[in-house]
Design a protein around this ligand. Structure first.
Ligand code: FE2
Length: 167
């Protein structure tokens, strides 16, 4: 039996309630990685018709969101965190090259911070990676990609602080 979105959301909710904080987020990333191997689940969540950002589930109690992304061409983002919350990137199709950074100088809303790249790695289909609160990262996608991401709260409209990359 293929997993439904409602069943998956319910698994996420019970995990986050049982293990508040970063441990629960890490466990939800494992659930997402497992779900990404269910082709029917992936097909139901994200397709070529999906927009670049489509919130497919928002939890009424905890506020976390499951978001489908369909990028029909290259897509990159500068180094960022997710402000006060976490996010899990699950790769459904295509490949994302992800870069992690350490903060050398904190950013403010008025002034970019400074960050140094610490490693890069590929997110390939079936891989889900958790970015805890404050984890600085930047994705690079050179071709079409589809993702299922989970955000600790809906990040639509949240302003991100900027970081300059230093060697
Ligand atoms: Fe991010």
């Amino acid at each position: 039996m293929s997993l439904t979105l409602e069943e998956f959301a319910s698994q996420c909710r019970s995990t986050l309630k049982a293990q508040p904080g970063s441990q629960g987020v890490t466990e939800v990333a494992k659930l997402l990685s497992h779900a990404l191997k269910d082709a029917q689940f992936v097909d139901r969540c994200v397709s070529a018709e999906t927009s670049e950002r489509n919130v497919i589930y928002q939890d009424p109690e905890l506020g976390f969101c499951i978001v489908a992304h369909n990028y029909d061409s290259a897509k990159t983002a500068p180094p960022h965190d997710h402000e006060s919350t976490w996010a899990i990137y699950g790769q459904a199709r295509g490949e994302t090259e992800m870069f992690d950074y350490e903060i050398v100088e904190s950013a403010t809303m008025d002034k970019p911070g400074k960050a140094k790249m610490t490693r890069s790695y590929a997110l390939t289909p079936g891989v889900a990676h958790a970015y805890q609160v404050g984890d600085l990262h930047s994705p690079k996608r050179t071709g079409p990609t589809q993702l299922i991401r989970i955000e600790g709260k809906n990040l639509a409209g949240v302003k991100r602080m900027a970081y300059d990359i230093i060697a």
